[in-house]
Design a protein around this ligand. Structure first.
Ligand code: CDP
Ligand code: CDP
Length: 211
């Protein structure tokens, strides 16, 4: 069983994906970390975001096992990630790794932007998790505050809007809802409410797939 969770920044898709993986005993891949790792390396090495060959080289050399999820969640890395994610050569280098992870024996849970559309269109369970930009900005603001980052609510909302526009507007694997995805708008729901709603949708898709 493949579970594909897509949605915009800070929609809560990672939290849902982690919980579904634990619930069904499946391995989980946060694919945003791959783009964040490429973005972080580009920032670190002062690589120009127009230098597609250098960015593709960084993506090709990525070591899944060496990703430091905690460090990669820093605010500026999200912005860099969305820039490198718009480069088709970078996406191409990261494609097989994600497809292999999705199609491993027993199945897997992946969350990102293009899981249900590009990485695993054959996924039995597809959720598109979303919430208003304001709700998502508030969640991300609280997270960054907890990390000790100096941010303002207005700047975080602007970052979310900019990233939404870039992720949805790019020509290569844009953030779009798969036609066969179930939508979960969790604006106004807390983590527990969002989880209960997601589990119900996943169970429905499983039943429909005869699982
Ligand atoms: O956690 P958050 O939603 O803020 O971001 P993320 O999921 O870690 O993804 C960071 C960036 O990577 C996004 O803004 C996307 O541009 C890109 N991404 C993508 O293009 N495709 C994916 N499957 C996952 C992430
Ligand atoms: O993976 P993505 O960026 O979509 O979001 P996340 O990392 O799962 O969640 C972002 C933040 O929103 C976390 O601090 C969650 O605890 C919080 N949150 C949530 O996930 N779901 C809600 N319904 C409300 C808040």
């Amino acid at each position: 069983m493949i579970i594909a969770i897509d949605g915009p920044a800070a929609s809560g898709k990672g939290t849902i994906a982690r919980r579904l993986a634990a619930h069904y005993g499946l391995p989980h891949l946060d694919t945003g970390l791959l783009y964040r790792a490429v973005g972080a390396k580009a920032l670190e090495n002062n690589v120009d975001f127009d230098d597609t060959a250098a960015l593709a080289g960084i993506a090709a050399a990525l070591d899944l096992a060496a990703l430091d999820a905690e460090a990669l969640k820093a605010g500026p890395v999200g912005e860099a990630a969305s820039k490198v994610a718009a480069v088709p050569e970078v996406r191409a280098k990261l494609l097989k790794l994600q497809q292999d992870f999705a199609h491993q024996p027993g199945g897997a849970v992946l969350d990102g932007r293009d899981i249900g559309t590009v990485i695993a269109p054959d996924a039995e369970v597809k959720l598109f998790v979303t919430a208003t930009p304001e709700a998502r900005a508030e969640r991300r603001f609280n997270e960054l505050l907890k990390r000790g980052e100096e941010v303002t609510p207005a700047a975080v909302l602007e970052d979310i809007r900019r990233r939404d526009a870039r992720d949805s507007g790019r020509s290569s694997a844009p953030l779009v809802q798969a036609p066969d995805a179930q939508v979960l708008d969790n604006t106004g729901l807390d983590v527990e409410g969002s989880w209960q709603a997601a589990l119900a949708l996943a169970e429905r898709a499983r039943a429909a797939a005869g699982l």
